[in-house]
Design a protein around this ligand. Structure first.
Ligand code: ADP
Ligand code: MG
Length: 640
């Protein structure tokens, strides 16, 4: 996977990224060493040629130097012509240097090629390192599987699972390995694999693929393929996905190059032919100028530095634990206007401590907690983890069946074949179990009902994340004036947290669908260029994450479903990273704009000068590589 990839996106003029490298990492390193040796050898030959100027030997030194570095370019130019891609950079380089040789300028031809290849090499290196940073980040989350053995679940590394083993996949989790459904039914989000956004329904006997996210119920799978390739290709798919989403300035370059290159070639032909025909000068002088013009015309600086600027920006974000899935999101971040947040797990830690258990008649506090733990044993909700931790007893999974999680509400399951409901008070009422809780309690309430009877209520409290308050003031300082909290929790809890953090608007008791309509309402409120950010962690947040201009998910605590739907993932779970991401995006855009203006201006001036014969070929290439390098150095500033 290498620059070929960027190359394809640039359309006609795939400046400065036309080399095919080995696909293996080791191969790539070897390859780049070979390239460097080739360039150094050519430079030596060139030096010998230069020192023996005037002798016959000099020409052969120059020619060897030229072929040594230029061979791959010539070969690729021919291949591209065969494929009908006439106006790319290799074509320009080949035409101009062969022309130079044709008019006896051997030294220039060699110098041009050496500088060009050196430029290419440095550019490729720079692109590689930012890509590696991104790739490394994608690899951070290890794949684990819930291995099902003798009625017990054990979390193991996905690589330890063998064909024929049984694994359980809970709601909100990503399927770690390909397998056949043995028990349960669910719907899957397959978008990571297929790009298809509609969920796929699966039931017993269906084959499911790793990388899909389980949206519905718990699935028991019999593994059919070993751990390996599929996981790697999944990561690659994500990286490619990031590159497909190009930012505005990048699209501008692609369009620009497509028109620009043919125009330049036509102009060069005119420059070579017209003035001599009009009697202004000799044909050889203008042929020389036309060749200069061609070499200079390659918009290297633009075509390579702009995508690289965005790579650097994304790389910088990744060093900060912020995974941005495309440069278009980086660009959109600069226009952030409204920041909306989920509460639990996003602004708060999601580590609840049980503050009180109210048991109804006939139940002890311990039994209420135990029933709740049974209900929550397969849930990924932060409340579930906290309840299971608080309960000391063993969970016998054999007693449970038909577990369903209803996002934003709670869990319904059969325990010993009888209905168990664990969830928020409203959800129990919806399910026909009378239940109420004093509005004054500023704690999250989880009610437990068994066989249609309320057994008790568990009150839990959560603390805001350490940096949450600072995160909000940083956003306000960056000009993101509207900060909004959208939560499924009760008003008393929501308002207490909102007040503590200094969030400007609070909406509570929202079901997942209410969150969605609230966000749609906010989207209508913002200015046309403004961007709405939504940050969430849970499976109930996924529709909103997809709907918002930019969805941001918490990578550590968050569910795979949320990370899949999000455009940006914060690996460290710190909300303050949102402000950091905005700062990075603004810096990146500033640099991209500087590069555009700088390289177009310099290019225009040099082209004009070369047309009038004021610039020699080698000087032009030097200037070109120089501009390119300056632009690249500037792009790399986005890394810091
Ligand atoms: P938030 O929007 O604050 O992240 P959620 O939408 O995830 O909260 O959940 C909203 C409310 O629904 C929770 O406060 C809780 O009362 C209830 N709830 C959701 N999932 C569960 C669960 N697995 N167990 C118990 N209660 C739940
Ligand atoms: Mg949440």
């Amino acid at each position: 996977m290498s620059h070929e990839h960027i190359h394809k996106q640039e359309g006609g003029c795939s400046c400065c990224s036309t080399h095919e490298h080995g696909h293996e990492h080791g191969g790539e390193e070897e390859n780049s060493l070979l390239r460097l040796i080739g360039i150094a050898a050519s430079a030596l030959m060139f030096l010998l040629g230069f020192l023996s100027r005037g002798s016959v030997l000099s020409v052969s030194f120059f020619l060897v130097a030229y072929l040594c570095v230029g061979w791959s370019v010539l070969k690729e130019a021919v291949e591209n012509i065969v494929h009908g891609e006439l106006f790319d950079e290799t074509f320009l380089m080949a035409l101009a240097t062969i022309g130079a040789i044709g008019i006896g300028e051997y030294g220039e031809a060699a110098a041009v090629m050496i500088l060009y290849q050196l430029g290419e090499f440095l550019q490729d290196k720079a692109v590689d390192s930012s890509r590696d940073a991104i790739r490394a980040l994608m690899d951070i989350r290890p794949d684990t599987a819930n291995l099902y053995e003798d009625g017990k679940i054990r979390e193991v590394n996905a690589s330890e699972v063998n064909i024929g083993d049984r694994i359980e996949v809970h709601v909100g989790e990503r399927i770690p390995l390909d397998g056949v459904v043995e028990n349960g039914s669910s719907s899957l989000n397959t978008s990571a694999l297929t790009g298809e956004s509609l969920p796929q329904e699966v039931s017993i006997g269906d084959l499911v693929k790793s990388g899909c996210v389980n949206l519905g119920g718990t699935l028991l799978l019999r593994v059919t393929t070993p751990f390996g390739e599929d996981s790697a290709s999944k990561i690659l798919a994500l990286v490619e996905h990031a590159e497909e989403n190009k930012a505005e300035p990048e699209k501008f370059i692609t369009r620009f190059a497509r028109i620009y290159t043919p125009v330049v070639v036509v102009l060069a032909v005119f420059l070579a032919v017209l003035p001599p025909l009009l009697g202004i000068g000799t044909f050889s002088v203008f042929l020389n100028r036309a060749l200069n013009f061609l070499v200079i015309s390659c918009p290297c600086a633009l075509v390579i530095s702009i995508p690289l600027t965005f790579f650097s920006g994304i790389g910088c974000a990744s060093h900060n634990g912020i995974l941005i899935k495309g440069s278009n999101y980086l660009e959109a971040l600069t226009r952030a206007e409204i920041a909306a947040f989920d509460k639990t797990g996003t602004l708060t830690k999601g580590e609840f401590s049980v503050s009180e258990i109210v048991a109804e008649e006939g139940y002890s506090r311990e039994s209420v907690l135990e029933l709740a733990a049974y209900g929550e044993s397969q849930s990924n909700h932060p409340l579930a983890a906290s309840i299971c931790k608080a309960c000391s007893g063993e969970i016998d999974r054999g007693r449970l069946s038909d577990v369903h999680e209803i996002p934003g509400r709670g869990v319904k399951a059969l325990l010993d074949g009888k209905e168990l409901i664990v969830g928020k008070p409203d959800y129990l009422v919806e399910s026909g179990v009378p239940c109420r809780i004093s509005a004054a309690h500023a704690a999250t309430a989880v009610c437990v009902a068994y066989q249609g009877q309320l057994c008790g209520t568990i009150l839990l409290s959560d603390l805001p994340k350490e940096d949450a308050k600072q995160a909000l003031s940083a956003l306000h300082n960056l000009g993101v004036e509207r900060t909004v909290m959208l939560t499924g929790d009760r008003a008393a809890v929501a308002e207490a947290v909102g007040r503590e953090l200094g969030i400007r608007e609070v909406f509570s008791s929202l079901l997942p669908e209410d969150k969605l309509s609230k966000v749609e309402e906010l989207m209508r409120d913002k200015s046309t260029k403004g961007v709405l950010l939504y940050t969430g962690d849970g499976i109930n947040d996924t529709p909103v994450l997809a709907e918002a201009d930019i969805g941001i998910a918490m990578g550590g605590l968050g569910t795979d479903a949320a990370m899949e739907a999000a455009d940006i993932v914060i690996m460290s779970d710190e909300p303050s990273k949102i402000a950091k991401a905005i700062q990075i995006s603004r810096k990146t855009m500033r640099i991209a704009k500087q590069n555009i203006v700088f390289s177009i201006a310099v290019k225009g001036i040099i082209l004009l000068l070369s047309g009038f014969g004021f610039v020699q070929l080698w000087a032009a290439v030097f200037a070109d590589v120089g501009v390119c390098m300056l632009a690249i150095l500037n792009s790399l500033r986005a890394m810091r």
